[in-house]
Design a binder for this molecule. Structure first.
Ligand SMILES: [Zn+2]
Ligand SMILES: [Zn+2]
Length: 336
């Protein structure tokens, strides 16, 4: 089978690999579509501290179950599934309280173990979620990116009367906009980014007001409006301090960034307004929720997609995704 392998940082190859056999408790998925995420690019360039090489990347993928391992119901062969990349031990403290995404032995498919930029991939059977016919094949790999928004909003508990502010109108920011508007009915969703093309996309995804902070600081443009719910989907270390300064008293702030650089902020900046700070990583059992949102039409995954490429053009697709944020949002690979 053909697989996209990062042999070592900087070295991406489309390799011929042996077809994997599903182990006990696993299914094998004949991958149909897979979408590119920033973390795939990070593994390619050696910027993901968790990745081990060589690695088949890809953690956003959809396909058909074509084989099952021991202990898995053979009737699952043929099912259309989206695969949750979070593989957890099931018995450590975070697992015991329903937070497998921060399992002490966390294994992420496409990061710690081989992923979905491949004609076939194996995964635990319980990670393969059956999809209703109403979710089309070519959009089904987008369940995973929406689970990121589902996870952080579960912490933030958005309310219709919130004034939400989202930093960053990339894929994470856009999924957050859609979830705040379509699922939670938040009346005011504000979005800030430095690229006008991305702000236009934010409006298309439901943002009520957009701000370009490339020349004028956001504080000067908000004219005293104090957001009550803030999501940092731009993931720059400077954003936490700015968020705390702009926030309403009693606001909640959600962080998605993974930078190793320090954030500089005083206790006073947080405590004087009694701000709540939440962090969110991957997703904790959010696939069923996102599948239901898609089925009900509360979110529109098609609005994120700008390009489709065949697997053979992986390097071109990854390069476009990385270098061209003005024209490029979600890039989907098709395997067939
Ligand atoms: Zn991702
Ligand atoms: Zn665990």
């Amino acid at each position: 089978m053909k697989s996209v392998v990062i042999e070592q940082p900087g070295e991406l190859v489309l390799a011929d690999r042996p077809l994997p056999a599903p182990a006990a408790g696993e299914v094998r998925v004949k991958v149909q579509f897979a979408s590119i995420c920033g973390s795939d690019v990070h593994i390619w360039h050696g910027h993901n501290p968790f990745a081990k090489y060589p690695r088949v990347i890809g953690h956003e993928f959809f396909g058909l179950i074509d084989a099952v391992g021991d202990g898995v119901d053979a009737s699952r062969v043929g099912e259309r599934v989206a695969v949750d990349p979070v593989v957890s031990c099931g018995h450590c403290y975070p697992c015991s309280i329903g937070r497998p995404n921060v399992c002490k032995e966390l294994q992420v498919i496409g990061v710690h173990r081989d992923g979905g930029f491949s004609e076939f991939a194996v995964a635990p059977a319980k990670n393969a979620f059956t999809l209703p016919a109403s979710i089309p094949d070519k959009l089904a790999s987008l369940v995973e990116p929406f689970t990121i928004a589902a996870n952080i909003t579960a912490f933030l508990k958005p309310q219709p009367n919130d004034i939400a502010l989202i930093y960053g109108a990339g894929p994470m920011g856009l999924t957050a906009i859609q979830v705040l508007k379509g699922v939670y009915g938040v009346e005011q969703v504000l979005v800030v980014d430095r690229l006008p093309e991305r702000l236009a996309l934010a409006q298309d995804n439901g943002a009520d007001r957009v701000f370009n902070n490339s020349d004028i600081p956001l504080a000067a443009q908000l004219e005293g409006v104090q957001p009550t719910l803030i999501i940092d989907a731009a993931c720059h270390p400077s954003i936490l301090a700015e968020s705390a300064a702009l926030a309403s008293p009693a606001a909640r702030i959600g962080l998605l960034g993974f930078s190793g650089e320090p954030c500089s902020i005083t206790q006073q900046a947080l405590t004087s307004k009694e701000l709540s700070l939440f962090t969110s990583r991957l997703n904790s059992n959010r696939f069923p929720q996102v599948i239901e949102w898609m089925e009900k039409g509360l979110i529109q995954p098609e609005k994120l997609v700008t390009h489709y490429f065949p697997l053979a053009e992986i390097e071109r697709a990854m390069t476009l995704f990385e270098k061209d944020p003005r024209t490029c949002c979600k890039v989907i690979l098709h395997m067939g």
